[in-house]
Design a protein around this ligand. Structure first.
Ligand code: ACO
Length: 436
């Protein structure tokens, strides 16, 4: 970390001695005040629930400028990666720090492709779930369960184990998501086919049946691949921080990634794509474009608990760059499917326009995030709404692994252990039960 010449001084109004705090400079973005010695020297903690002003680590992987609406993976703008690279090149970049050259690209693709099958026993494990289980419930179980299948890649402190675990997770997530889907619809599982691309293979495992093959359409495969690229990493979001915190105890990587899957499920995070599409369908049922005014009124009413799902972001206070790319893909896909007049797309565009002009959203800097359009794309591809977040998890797995590996390789890493401001009862004595 690069120290700054500037120091912060913390002083107290009660005359306690002040303290100089070092500042570190990022290569881009805000500097950080190093408070690691604060408790030792002052006996005080900082208080920042929700991490509004706290950097929990230093990282070289992903950079977001929320005001500009900029997203970089290892320095490369997301717009360039989404148009010039495929998902596996993006995975290589996130894991290794550089884009692969032609030979490395072939080698990496081959390695991932060779690991796409899952242990045959996995299907019996899956059979333990109810048919109507939510795919994210299944994925949390299956990913955690991988640690019981792949014993030779569970030592987080062994770089070879971490490497093979990364390949296995990236390769097997599409197979597991497709299996969860097939199980829910009562169809036989479709084994991976190694001559297809990563996204094409996933779509075939989803939509082929033993009696009818599925030949993926190029526009749809490209759209799926773009969804994967756009969701591959997003610096220290809730699920990534969960993976880091979980992994900081030294647990095996499959368990840490399962924790990330569980966190991603929430509607304020990865579950928002499902929630956004459900919301659009609800408004459509209410009367569609005609009823937008009424719906926006509910959203603005603090007591209604209704949010405009797919809008707002902790970091982006501008248009989410992924949402722009997803909007473009949305038009391409609907046009390829002959669905230009799709009422849900029309509704989304009308809702977006009204929200972007409304003072409630403008003053709070609430813009569409990636989830606003990704649900429409996935629905057009034929993916059921309940599977959206599982696809997000599939795509984000590489980011979680890259971040986990970065943490483990950092010589300064420690188990994550936040502190608290205690507001409960001071010491008291237990009374006999008759006196309580
Ligand atoms: N609809 C209506 N109002 C909103 C929305 C929204 N989608 N998002 C934020 N606001 C309002 C809040 O009510 C708050 O208003 P106030 O200042 O009058 O109290 C203000 O905007 C600031 O919002 P916070 O909740 O403080 O922002 P925070 O950074 O904590 O939350 C979050 C960000 C969780 C993403 C929020 O915007 C939200 O719930 N959005 C909808 C869910 C969603 O789309 N999540 C996807 C995130 S992207 C991803 O995970 C890939």
């Amino acid at each position: 970390m690069t120290p700054s010449d500037v120091k912060a001084t913390l002083s107290f109004s009660d005359g306690s001695p002040s303290m100089d705090l070092p500042i570190f400079k990022g290569s881009v973005g805000p500097d950080v005040i190093d408070i690691r010695k604060l408790y030792g020297q002052t006996g005080k903690f900082t208080y920042d629930p929700g991490f509004l002003s706290t950097a929990s680590c230093n990282s070289k992987i992903t950079y977001i400028d929320g005001d500009k609406g900029e997203l970089l993976y290892r320095g490369y703008p997301i717009e360039q990666l989404a148009t010039k690279c495929d998902y596996l090149e993006t995975c290589y970049l996130l894991l290794k720090g550089e884009l692969p050259n032609a030979d490395q690209r072939v080698e990496f693709t081959k390695r991932v492709t060779n690991h796409t099958m899952v242990n045959e026993q996995m299907q019996f494990f899956l059979r333990g779930f109810r048919r109507d289980a939510h795919p994210m419930a299944i994925m949390t179980g299956l990913v955690g369960g991988m640690s019981a299948f792949y014993h030779d890649s569970t030592d987080i402190n062994n770089p070879e184990h971490r490497e093979i675990c990364a390949i296995r997770l990236i390769a097997k997530m599409p197979t597991l998501v497709a299996m969860a889907y097939k199980y829910s619809v009562g169809q036989p599982y479709i084994y991976p086919k190694n001559d297809l691309s990563y996204a094409g293979n996933f779509m075939r495992m989803m939509f082929a049946t033993p009696c009818e093959d599925y030949v993926p359409n190029d526009v749809l495969v490209r759209a799926m691949d773009r969804i994967f690229i756009l969701h591959a990493d997003h610096e220290q979001n809730a699920s990534t921080s969960t993976v880091r915190l979980c992994g900081s105890s030294g647990t095996n990587p499959f368990a840490a990634i399962a924790a990330g899957v569980a966190c991603l499920w929430g509607p304020a995070h990865g579950g928002a794509n499902e929630a956004a599409l459900n919301m659009l369908e609800d408004v459509q049922r209410m009367g569609g474009v005609e009823k937008i005014g009424e719906f926006i009124k509910q959203v603005k009413d603090k007591n209604s608990n209704v949010k405009l799902m797919g809008f707002g972001h902790r970091v982006y206070k501008n248009y989410d760059p992924r949402a722009k790319l997803m909007r473009e893909t949305c038009h391409e896909v609907l046009s390829a499917m002959g669905m230009n007049n799709d009422p849900i797309l029309k509704l989304a565009m009308a809702l977006e326009k009204i929200a972007l002009e409304d003072d409630y959203f403008v003053s709070r800097k609430l813009y569409p995030n990636v989830d606003f359009y990704s649900g429409i794309v996935q629905r057009a591809i034929g993916i059921p709404v309940s599977l959206f977040t599982a696809i997000f998890a599939l795509a984000r797995t590489v980011g979680w692994i890259a971040q986990l590996n970065e943490m483990i390789s950092d010589p300064e890493y420690k188990i994550g252990r936040p502190r608290q401001l205690f507001n409960g009862s001071p010491t008291r004595d237990v009374k006999p039960v008759g006196e309580r």
